[in-house]
Design a protein around this ligand. Structure first.
Ligand code: ADP
Length: 334
């Protein structure tokens, strides 16, 4: 359990809106439930907006009651649906969104999503003055200011389950597998998954990939009798077909690894207990932060405590992979 801040009520709200945006993440439903139930406790009406900022611009929302969020805590995805909304990049669209909320008498917005969605949320607040609270919902765990994000734990366990199965085949057929996990700009998921799966190697954007080194490592472990099979976890990176390219390059060194792209299975599925608790707490406390007069912040976790992170910081600074964790991961290579 997290240390929760004690917040004094200094403002009142009669209604707020909530939406999920960007890539879906397991636990988003639990966060919506946490926010709705907490808001109802304070006599605040919560409007559930469909399909993120797209639904907001189409005025596609309706009030949620306690039973609207029953029986969803255990479901992956988001029952409010999520979407990408290129129009929200314009000031005009954000002004239109503010008008739509004001016409309905909605006084604040809660946004659950990744760093893109939270950037949109920050610009919306800055330009319109409507209070905004963000919640980190992404399987990548790449958001500055929070050690954890809603969906990361579940995605890690989903990837681990898949890799444990792949390893059976790798062992039986004495083959190497390159297993690609999500992570365009960050090797956070790959590093955690790789350590937990006992991967023979982990290749992440934070550490330049040197094919000669990878091949040498495979040759060395083969010669020492350890490496007729193995798992190499690769973060997808931001270049297309990275993992297939690595496989092709390894062929030139005499290795024919299989490639397994875990893809979207990492996003879905029943949220872990950890993600349900995290999301429920962050969702509920988002309402307390609003009532305490906070705005333009994301609610995150640091050193075991729930903390507020200015959205501005989150946009300005990048969350780096802990170099010590990366060092350990590299030391654990065979
Ligand atoms: P995620 O939130 O998972 O990082 P995206 O980066 O795709 O996903 O962002 C989701 C949505 O958030 C975008 O489709 C857009 O509506 C909004 N958004 C992202 N970046 C910005 C931005 N710089 N300005 C305004 N809105 C943005």
């Amino acid at each position: 359990m997290y240390n929760l801040p004690s917040l004094d009520v200094v403002k009142t709200f009669s209604s707020v809106a909530i939406l999920t945006s960007g890539g879906d993440a397991p636990g988003m439903n639990a966060a919506i439930r946490g926010a709705v139930r907490s808001a109802l406790h304070h006599n605040i009406t919560v409007y559930g907006v469909q399909r993120g900022f797209s639904g907001l611009l189409q005025d596609d929302m309706e009030p949620l009651n306690s039973s609207s969020v029953s029986n969803i805590v255990q479901r992956g995805g988001t029952f409010l649906k999520s979407a990408r909304c290129p129009e929200f990049h314009t000031t005009e669209s954000r002004a239109l969104a503010a008008n739509i909320l004001q016409r309905r008498g909605i006084e604040a917005l809660i946004v659950i999503g990744g760093d893109g969605s939270l950037t949109g949320a920050h610009l919306f607040e800055e330009e319109t003055g409507i209070p905004v609270i963000g919640l980190p919902g992404t399987i990548d765990n790449d958001i500055f200011g929070t050690e954890d994000t809603i969906g990361f734990d579940t995605a890690m366990n989903t990837a681990l389950d898949a890799i444990d199965r792949i390893r059976d085949t790798a062992d039986s057929h004495e083959r190497h597998f390159l297993v690609e996990v999500m992570g365009r700009n960050s090797g956070f998921l790959a590093t955690h998954v790789g350590i937990a799966a006992g991967a023979e190697m982990i290749l992440v954007p934070e550490h330049a990939i040197n094919i000669e080194e990878v091949a040498l490592q495979l040759v060395t472990s083969h010669r020492s009798g350890m490496g007729s099979s193995g798992i190499i976890v690769v973060a997808e990176g931001n270049k297309p077909d990275l993992t297939h390219n690595i496989a092709q390059q390894l062929q030139q060194h005499g290795f024919t690894p299989h490639v397994s792209i875990l893809g979207h299975i990492q996003r879905g599925g029943t949220p872990s207990g950890h993600d349900r608790v995290l999301a429920s707490c962050l969702g509920a406390i988002a309402i307390d932060f609003l009532l305490a007069g906070y705005s333009d912040i994301m609610v995150g976790v640091s050193d075991g405590a729930v903390v507020d992170v200015p959205l501005d910081d989150l946009i300005r600074y990048r969350k780096g992979l802990d170099p010590e964790l990366l060092k350990i991961a590299l030391q654990l290579h065979k």
